[in-house]
Structure formats: C-alpha cells, structure tokens
Design a protein around this ligand. Structure first.
Ligand SMILES: *Cc1c(COP(=O)(O)O)cnc(C)c1O
Length: 373
C-alpha cells in the first residue's frame, strides 16, 4: 500500500483548462472580459436562467447581497456559529448586528427552531450556511423568511451541485452566494458568484463590484453608490469554465466516495468508537466535506497528529465564530451556543476531493480505526 500523504482537500485542474488559461494570458485581455461573460452565462443556465454575477471572492458576494437588500446599521442578521468567519464578518462589514442561533447536532446546520426563536423586530435577514454542502429544509427556511418578511442570503459557498427536491441549490430562493476558493468543489483559485432575483438587482451588483460606476449615455460614466473592487478576471473565469464542465462528475464522484466511507466503516462504527458520522444523504448533498464528530475522549489536536503519522491529512470546519476574540469583545460568551461549542471542538474533515480514489478512502478508514481504537 502506498504511503503518499493524502491531504484533506486538493484541487484538480485538467490540461484543457490549463491551456485555456494560457490562451487568455496570450490574448492581451487578462482582466474581466469575454470569459467572465461566458462563465456567468453558463452559471445562469445551470441556475434555471436566474441572473448571476461573478466576483473575486465568495465573501464579497454576501456583503454585496446585504448591501443590495439595504441592510445596515440597526439591523440584525441571524446566522450560525459553525461557519467560516466570513459569514458573520460580512454582517459587521455592512454595519449590521450578527445574531447567532445554535446548530442542529445531526445536520450541523443552523437549527430552524432556534433561528425562529432568535427573530426580533429588528431582524432583517438570515444567512443560512450549508455546511459540507448539506442543504437545510429549504421549504421551512423560506416559510420562516416569508412569515417574518426577512431577506435570505444563502451562504452556499460549499453547496454547488447540491439540490433540494431535485432542484439545484441556487435555482430557487432569494440571494444565493457561492465560493470558488481553491478547496471548493469547483474553483477559480479565488472567486465567487451571486445568484440574484432580477436584472435590476444584477445592475446594482455590477456597480458594487466596480467602484459604483454606472454607464450613462454613449460616452458618459457616473458614480452614484460607494462600490469596491470585486470583479473576477478572465484568467479566473477560464479556470472556472474548465472546472464547471466537470461539475456533474465531481458531484457523482464525491457521493461515491462518501458511500465508500459509510460502507467501509460499517453500521457499528458509531457504537464501537463513539465518533458521530454525518447524515447518510446521497441525494441532496454534494459532499463538499466528509466530517466526523470525535468522541469526547479524543482531542482534535491528538487525532490530527495521529492521523498524520498514518499519512492522512485532516482539516477542521469550523471553530465557533462567537468565541473568536473579536466576537467576544462584542459580548458573545462561552456557553451561549453549547451544541456549536461541542461540535466546533470535536469536528474533523477527512480527505474528500475529486482525485481521491475509493482505495484511498479504504486507507483513510484503516487509519481511522487504528487511531480511534
Ligand atoms: C469558503 C467559504 C466562504 C468564503 O468564501 P471565499 O471565496 O473564501 O471568500 C464563506 N462561507 C463558507 C461556508 C465557506 O466555505
């Protein structure tokens, strides 16, 4: 058995994509141009014709969605403590107040009962996160949003290729944000896209993307809002186009690998080891991550070090946001969100990426059995 080190994530860029990046570099037009337009067109077709705009990160797409919705000072936005800190940083960036609701221990996503309980007269929006690519109960999420007249900015950074009742995530709903950062299911090295509700929102998104500039008349420009510098380059879009062509294969392969994890570990894995597996969903989730909750007897640093001795890389997603010192300075405390705190301490991400093989998964499982024995 080979002992090459298996990272927990790794991008796969094919030769066709590399050649197309070379073409862009030789073309004389390397910033936003025809490749960006083509990428947005293909994404829009995938999302059922909804307007799509690309950006240079998944983070700024969420910030821009909040700005388009007019959310700012005095407004509360509810999200989960178990996400990348970007999810709540954008709430602070627009001057609004982040409010957390604890997670469901099984799905590890925001608990919709707790979300509903956290709504106040100042609540204006929700940012749900689909951790590991697993969607929420989307019908219930949008019923809550409609009942309380809230905007939704879906942090679907990890959920490209996931679906709900047969519809791709992004093809329905309010604002839906995706990330194309290097570890995501498809990448542009760095980048993101936002699915919008109508062309009017898309025009505003374009302004926020590029210094607030709008075109007026055949030779005039104007600036009427404060925008930033968030455009995607054609170099990145060329990578995205090459990756997007494989989305179906990527999703199918990840589902096969997830199934291999479950089959190899066996039905008694949880009772034997005390570790907790993710929900065995092979329909909706794109398996962006394969995450275990470690038993309390095993600390994460020890687990990661021992897996490394077996040449297996392990990641963790995520530490609870409310316990970062900047958030504690805002008044958040340990004990506020106990399930997030338990899972945030014990969660690990095992290798899961497109070029991983089923044999690799068997090797990871063998290491896991030794380390958890
Ligand atoms: C990756 C990620 C982000 C941030 O995306 P960037 O493209 O790195 O800005 C936000 N939220 C979640 C859940 C992510 O996984």
């Amino acid at each position: 058995m080979s002992n090459t080190f298996l990272p927990f994530s790794k991008p796969t860029i094919d030769e066709v994509t590399i050649a197309s990046v070379g073409e862009v570099l030789r073309s004389g037009w390397i910033t936003s141009g025809p490749k960006v337009a083509e990428f947005e067109k293909q994404l829009s077709a995938y999302f059922g014709g909804r307007p799509v705009r690309t950006f240079n990160s998944g983070t700024c797409t969420m910030e821009i969605a909040l700005r388009i919705a007019g959310i700012g000072e005095g407004d509360e936005v509810i999200t989960t403590p178990i996400s990348w800190v970007a999810t709540s940083n954008v709430i602070l960036e627009v001057g609004a107040t982040p409010v957390f609701a604890d997670i469901d221990p099984v799905t590890r996503n925001i608990d919709l009962d707790k979300l509903e309980a956290a709504i106040t007269p100042r609540t204006r929006a929700i940012i749900p996160v689909y951790l590991a690519g697993k969607p929420l109960d989307m019908d219930r999420l949008y019923a809550i949003a409609a009942k309380h007249k809230l905007r939704v900015v879906e942090d679907a950074a990890q959920a490209l290729g996931s679906s709900w009742k047969g519809k791709p995530i992004g093809s329905f709903g309010d604002f839906v944000s995706f990330s194309f950062q290097a570890n995501k299911n498809i990448t542009t090295s760095e980048g993101g896209c936002l699915v919008l509700n109508n062309e009017a929102e898309a025009v505003i998104a374009e302004k926020y993307r590029l210094q607030g500039v709008s075109r007026s008349g055949w030779d005039g420009i104007d600036v009427d809002v404060l925008g930033g510098k968030y455009n995607m380059t054609d170099i990145a879009a060329a990578i995205g186009l090459g990756q997007f062509a494989h989305l179906q294969d990527i999703t199918a392969h990840r589902r096969k690998l997830a199934k291999r994890y479950f089959d190899t570990l066996g039905k008694d894995f949880e009772s034997r080891t005390g570790a907790i597996l993710p929900p065995a969903d092979f329909t909706d989730t794109n398996w962006h991550l394969f995450q275990l909750e470690l038993p309390a007897r095993m600390s994460r640093p020890e687990f990661m070090a021992r897996m490394k001795e077996h040449d297996v890389g392990v990641g963790f997603h995520y530490a609870p946001i409310h316990l970062f010192s900047m958030y504690k300075a805002l008044g958040f405390r340990e004990g506020m969100f106990p399930i997030s705190e338990r899972i945030g301490k014990q969660i690990v991400s095992l290798p899961m990426f497109y070029s991983l093989t089923e044999d690799d998964v068997v090797r990871v499982c063998a290491a896991l059995e030794k380390v958890l024995a």
